[in-house]
Design a protein around this ligand. Structure first.
Ligand SMILES: NC(=O)c1ccc[n+]([C@@H]2O[C@H](COP(=O)([O-])OP(=O)(O)OC[C@H]3O[C@@H](n4cnc5c(N)ncnc54)[C@H](OP(=O)(O)O)[C@@H]3O)[C@@H](O)[C@H]2O)c1
Length: 207
């Protein structure tokens, strides 16, 4: 194992809107520290972060991307701006929570949206996931009705999928790995106007 693989994971969430806050609550609920960043000065959202818990550290984008696991919780169209924050994403795992609503297959060059995002984060390992739960559900404790809410994960890097699978479990979810981005990523990708109704389901796994 290389030195970088051996280090303790550090986490950041880029975007502190509906989904960023829902993810931050999951970290706080489980006592896991995470940095959060937007385009604004961290002081401007410090009280929102403090309301979630002491685990949540407001940060600048430049500070937040020092983490080795980075949740991308911005609108799809904002991902290139986040990608510009580092010249290379080598050694980083990016969790792509975006849904490419209203983006045509032509604009994606016929690729799954997750592959399109992965190309922007040069050198990084991308895991598509956590994107099928609406913020109001992701927000809540995933332990419900004696089971755990499912999160779907897809990646072309098995190590990164395993790393985020373990994190998902630590956050209280039940991860289901769907394979690579071309197969699994495509399965959990936003499609047109009906996709949300089909996929935003109350999926729970019973052990
Ligand atoms: N809402 C849902 O139920 C849901 C469910 C599943 C997946 N998703 C996906 O999750 C993503 C986020 O959705 P949302 O509803 O949370 O959106 P949102 O409420 O509009 O939040 C977007 C966040 O991204 C930040 N942001 C924008 N550009 C940025 C940049 N260049 N650098 C850093 N931060 C930036 C915004 O902060 P400032 O503009 O203040 O800087 C804001 O905090 C979307 O891709 C969406 O499709 C949403």
């Amino acid at each position: 194992m290389s030195k970088s693989e051996n280090k303790v994971a550090s986490y950041a969430i880029i975007g502190f809107g509906n989904i960023g806050k829902a993810l931050a609550k999951a970290f706080a609920r489980n006592g896991i520290d995470v940095s959060v960043a937007t385009t604004h000065n961290p002081e401007s959202f410090a009280s929102d972060a403090a309301a979630i818990g002491p685990e949540i550290t407001p940060a600048t984008l430049a500070e937040a991307v020092k983490a080795n696991v980075i949740f991308l919780a911005v609108r799809f169209e904002s991902h290139p701006d986040v990608a510009k924050a580092l010249p290379t994403w080598q050694g980083k795992t990016i969790v792509d929570v975006t849904n490419a609503y209203g983006v045509s297959p032509e604009e994606l060059g016929g690729q799954p949206s997750s592959k399109f995002v992965a190309q922007a984060f040069t050198g990084g390992k991308l895991v598509k996931g956590f994107n099928h739960l609406v913020a109001a559900i992701l927000d809540q404790d995933p332990a419900v009705h004696g089971g755990r809410r499912v999160v779907f994960l897809a990646s072309d890097d098995d190590g990164a999928a395993a790393e985020i699978g373990a994190l998902a479990e630590n956050l209280g979810f039940s991860p289901i790995k769907l394979g690579g981005l071309s197969e699994g990523g495509l399965l959990v990708q936003a499609h047109g106007n009906t996709w949300g109704k089909l996929i935003f389901q109350d999926l729970i796994k019973f052990d």
